[in-house]
Design a protein around this ligand. Structure first.
Ligand SMILES: [Zn+2]
Length: 146
């Protein structure tokens, strides 16, 4: 596991659409663990692969230290409900905070590190964080939310 460098806006890779992960190989697994280490090292609560210069659909999230980080590969939002407005930050936009409107509750389908399909039900901070990171996979950054 390695602490990776985080791309900062306006790096062009942050605005690219990321590709699906087709094969869950060692490289992808190592990348996911390195993303967790990078996120924790930078005191973030979520990070998306394009932020570490890999345009693949992988996000990792740990909304607090007590909960084991989660790794979502090829995440897709299958249900959204309600509205919530929160002030968000981003490791690619140091010292920038933006009020963003998002869905309050979401259901997300994803592949886990074992290659199994999984469904997660998220609300509050977890929901907001997943939506923020999925935005990164589509090249959407906080800049687009200003
Ligand atoms: Zn971000």
């Amino acid at each position: 596991m390695t602490i990776l460098q985080i791309l900062k806006y306006p790096n062009k890779n942050l605005t690219k659409k990321s590709e699906k992960v087709h094969t869950l190989n060692k490289e992808i697994i190592n990348l996911a663990y390195s993303m967790i280490e990078t996120m924790i090292n930078n005191k973030g609560i979520g990070i998306a692969a394009p932020q570490v210069n890999v345009n693949k659909r992988i996000i990792v999230i740990a909304i607090n230290e007590k909960i084991k980080p989660i790794i979502l590969i090829n995440p897709i939002i299958t249900m959204k409900e309600g509205v919530t407005i929160n002030t968000e930050g981003c490791l690619s936009f140091p010292d920038t905070f933006v009020k963003v409107k998002r869905s309050k509750i979401i259901k997300v389908l994803f592949i886990d590190l074992q290659g199994k399909k999984n469904l997660i039900f998220a609300d509050n901070l977890l929901s907001v964080c997943i939506q923020h990171e999925i935005n990164h996979l589509n090249g959407i950054t906080l800049y687009d939310k200003i």
